[in-house]
Design a binder for this molecule. Structure first.
Ligand SMILES: O=C(O)CCC(=O)C(=O)O
Ligand SMILES: [Fe+2]
Length: 297
């Protein structure tokens, strides 16, 4: 299987027009890119990985008391094989444990496990940094499309965003089977996702058609960068120009566990997603707007 070094965008560069143009090119071809000099201190990321580790190492019975539930504001724990991201092809669920925190800026602290609760302020501070970075990226994307810079970001207050701690591992006594996916093939449904990786390796993406390779590509990332990918909503919003690329996770056989942190950026409820065009003369599909409604409606 081949591997790819994703386009790298340096957010410290002053020429925002140039940065936006590079970013748009990356999103059109790959739907994935990495950002460096992104403004989130690496020590802060390392700290969240430590908190995540402490949580996943807490007793299973304790974690299970805080299972993910819609009524818990989409927050909580999901155990091994609790989710099947590619239900059509997977025999067994994903080899992941995860913990979701949602409902920003005021997540309900009563629903959290003791470990998460202990570090809640730090987790919230990290969420704010992720939110700020996501707005910066959305502003660049809007600028690259020739739109006002807040065109997308004004619909992203972070009230629907999700901070997800992830740990990949094979539970004791379970044998890995040939077709097991650690995270099944899927695309993300929101606007963009920020993906922090501690133990590199494992992430694979389906290459663009123009790349002429049918197989999956392993993504190699340098440790100081954050991976960013486009989700289905932003693909729709940009009339399919920006790609919501299918990806999955398969750990190398010698890797016992892997931790990542995903920050899913999702438009606010009631946002009307009206596809935008780069070319004003283009009319195909106009009027296909979609309104985001809360899950309970
Ligand atoms: O852990 C990873 O590298 C990918 C996670 C992912 O794609 C997701 O949670 O949507
Ligand atoms: Fe994903």
């Amino acid at each position: 299987m081949g591997s790819v070094e994703l386009p790298s965008i340096d957010l410290s560069l002053k020429d925002s027009k140039h940065v936006a143009a590079e970013l748009i090119t990356a999103c059109k071809q790959w739907g994935f890119f990495t950002v460096k000099n992104h403004g989130i201190p690496l020590e802060d990321v390392a700290r969240i990985f430590k908190i995540s580790d402490e949580f996943f190492n807490s007793p299973l019975e304790e974690k299970k008391q805080f299972m993910f539930k819609e009524e818990r504001l989409h927050s909580g724990y999901t155990g091994h094989v609790g989710e099947k991201l590619d239900a059509e092809h997977q025999c067994r669920g994903d080899m992941i444990e995860s913990y979701d925190i949602a409902g920003f800026p005021s997540p309900d602290s009563k629903v959290n496990s003791p470990v998460i609760q202990k570090y809640f302020l730090e987790l919230k501070a990290f969420q704010r940094q992720c939110h700020y970075l996501s707005l910066k990226i959305l502003d660049l994307i809007a600028g690259g499309f020739g739109l006002s810079s807040d065109f997308f970001s004004k619909y992203h207050s972070s009230s629907k965003d999700i901070l997800r701690l992830l740990k990949y591992s094979i539970p004791e006594g379970v044998k890995r089977r040939e077709h097991d996916e650690d995270a099944g093939a899927h695309s993300d449904y929101g606007s963009i996702t920020l993906l922090f990786q501690k133990d590199m390796g494992g992430l694979q993406i389906r290459p663009p058609e123009s790349y002429n390779v049918a197989d999956w590509l392993k993504v190699s990332v340098d440790e100081t960068s954050i991976v960013v990918n486009i989700g289905d909503m932003l693909q729709f919003w940009t009339s399919g120009r920006l790609k919501s690329t299918v990806h999955r996770v398969r750990l190398d056989p010698d890797i016992k566990s892997r931790q990542t942190i995903a920050y899913f950026v999702i438009p606010d409820s009631e946002t009307i997603i009206d596809p935008v065009y780069e070319d004003e003369n283009e009319s195909e599909g106009k009027g296909n707007s979609v309104k985001i409604v809360p899950a309970s409606e």
